[in-house]
Design a binder for this molecule. Structure first.
Ligand SMILES: Nc1ncnc2c1ncn2[C@@H]1O[C@H](COP(=O)(O)OP(=O)(O)OP(=O)(O)O)[C@@H](O)[C@H]1O
Length: 515
């Protein structure tokens, strides 16, 4: 534009001087310029200049049709849109009471929305001269889809258009806690207008006017056109109808022991282990977050059924980068062995001290195994974070809720078993290798262990899935480990991260004390 503008200015200057010069003797210089003016490109430039100067950017619209009846003149609106291959971005339906075809919904960011000329509730009379009166919405859709270039609509505008439409625009970001595929949803009012997503996707909700169907865009998509998604209310209703029976969660007590030899320990708090399932998984409101270097690194919580490979993942991460990752040192009441050092493998404490610490809620988790207590203290988590390391902790899912705080901003990784066939194959292969290589010890699994692992994972997922930020399927170990490591690296490099909105509020709680 600047190039054209400057050329036009230059030509105008020349034009003026030529005019002056022509009063006297035309110079050779001016003659050559005069020839320039006669070329079509110069004429074109001047005409562009005139259009720009008159600010005539809008496309020329066709004249109004002559057949508009006098009495309808006020109520009928003729809208002419220049349409590309992009859909119009509006849904239509037949009004049950009047039988008229009306605009049911305007999709945010679509062509209709951007034009600002078509509104929800407008009655559609004609499209490119084709009467809509005797047509069904299914017959109209292809007519609309096929029309390209200039499309003329004759509509009866809805009365009382909400002028405050922009006020309804929201900047609400959510993480979806379920998968949604509009193609498989018989309830969606318009399948083509639906937006499919996967659990964990960040969505921007742009319209919540309808109680049952929201409009949203997927964050990071280049396409800014909104699609229909079930509202929170609708999803809650569906989810409550298909609630999974929460029984059958296998209990495994995780102590976050260094060295990855975590054994199964009888928990004293079995009743608590089953509790904690909270909301129906719908949408979690999230906000962008960039870590302040003065803040501690986000805690990484590994969750999964017993035997799925949490200790192994933790151990390998630690080996891969011991300066970046750290693990907690647990407490125990068992006797210290010769080669062990207090505070390295364990904090060795007396039974009396341990029981006092239980009373004082010092432990995140604790349990008893072969007559000895083992426990992971909150203090040990603070210690690792204080060393500016990413603290890796494998815990029972119910413990996640205790750590789901602004202070720890945990990234919860759900390590999931693969299909039973892959589980059999990978674990048996590992056992085979370990029997050949005596330096490696691998647990032997029974068929029942595999079944338990899978059903336990399903129960965990249905009860605590809303807390999981990452899901890693541990089939082939190398692949699963590489995926986990890459995802965890993103926590350091990717900005912003999307965390629950309540973790970003700066309101300090309990800042006042009663004297
Ligand atoms: N992908 C895999 N393929 C083959 N073997 C695996 C895989 N992942 C883990 N294992 C093996 O499975 C066994 C159990 O793994 P691990 O001890 O890490 O499980 P865990 O989740 O910590 O369970 P628990 O809490 O019961 O100790 C180990 O012998 C480990 O080497």
């Amino acid at each position: 534009f600047h190039v054209i503008y400057n050329k036009c200015k230059r030509l105008k200057f020349v034009k003026r001087h030529w005019h002056l010069d022509c009063k006297g003797k035309t110079s050779l210089y001016m003659k050559s310029y005069s020839r320039c003016f006669l070329t079509s490109s110069a004429q074109g430039l001047l005409s562009v200049h005139d259009i720009v100067a008159q600010k005539g950017y809008d496309p020329e619209l066709p004249p109004l049709p002559d057949d508009i009846e006098e009495e309808n003149e006020d109520s009928v609106k003729i809208i002419s849109l220049v349409k590309s291959q992009e859909p119009l971005g509006a849904t239509i339906k037949r009004d049950e009471s009047t039988g008229a075809i009306v605009v049911a919904r305007i999709m945010r960011g679509g062509a209709a929305d951007r034009s600002g000329l078509i509104h929800e509730g407008d009655e559609l009379r004609e499209v490119n001269g084709v009467q809509m009166e005797d047509k069904t919405p299914e017959e109209i859709i292809p007519i609309m889809a096929q029309s390209q270039g200039e499309v003329t609509f004759k509509v009866i505008p809805v009365t009382g258009i909400k002028e405050e439409l922009s006020a309804n625009e929201t900047m609400l970001f959510v993480r979806s806690l379920f998968d949604y595929n509009p193609e498989e949803d018989p309830a969606i009012p318009c399948r083509q207008a639906g937006l499919g997503f996967k659990r964990g996707d960040v969505l921007q909700i742009v319209n919540q006017e309808d109680d049952t169907w929201w409009q949203a865009c997927r964050h990071g998509d280049s396409n800014s056109r909104a699609g229909l998604i079930p509202s929170r209310q609708l999803q809650e209703r569906w989810a409550s109808m298909s609630m999974v029976n929460p029984s059958g969660l296998r209990r495994s007590f995780r102590l976050g022991r260094r060295g990855g030899r975590s054994g199964s320990v009888e928990s004293k708090r079995k009743s608590q282990e089953m509790g904690g399932a909270t909301q129906t998984p719908t949408y979690l409101e999230v906000a962008p977050y960039c870590r302040d270097p003065k803040e501690g690194r986000r805690l990484v919580l590994l969750v999964g059924p017993s035997g799925v490979g949490l200790s192994e993942m933790k151990r390998r991460l630690l080996l891969s980068d011991p300066d970046h990752y750290g693990v907690t040192v647990p407490h125990t009441t068992r006797e210290k062995r010769k080669q062990e050092k207090d505070g390295v493998e364990y904090h060795f404490v007396s039974r009396q001290t341990f029981e006092m610490d239980i009373v004082n809620h010092k432990f995140l988790e604790y349990g008893e195994h072969r007559g000895n207590y083992y426990g992971t203290s909150l203090e040990s988590v603070h210690k690792v974070i204080g060393e500016d390391k990413v603290c890796l902790l494998d815990v029972q899912p119910h413990t996640v809720q205790r750590l789901h705080t602004t202070e720890f901003k945990p990234c919860v990784v759900f390590v999931k078993p693969p299909s039973i066939q892959e589980l059999r194959f990978s674990r048996r292969k590992a056992t085979l290798i370990s029997t050949q290589d005596m330096t490696k010890l691998t647990k032997t699994f029974s068929e029942e262990d595999f079944e338990d692992m899978i059903s336990s994972a399903e129960t965990m997922d249905s009860q605590y899935g809303h807390l999981f930020e990452m899901v890693v399927v541990n089939g082939d170990f190398a692949m699963a480990f590489n995926k986990l490591r890459a995802e965890l690296e993103k926590l350091e490099t990717e900005a912003p991260q999307w965390i629950p909105v309540e973790w970003t509020s700066h309101t300090k709680q309990n800042t006042e004390s009663l004297c």
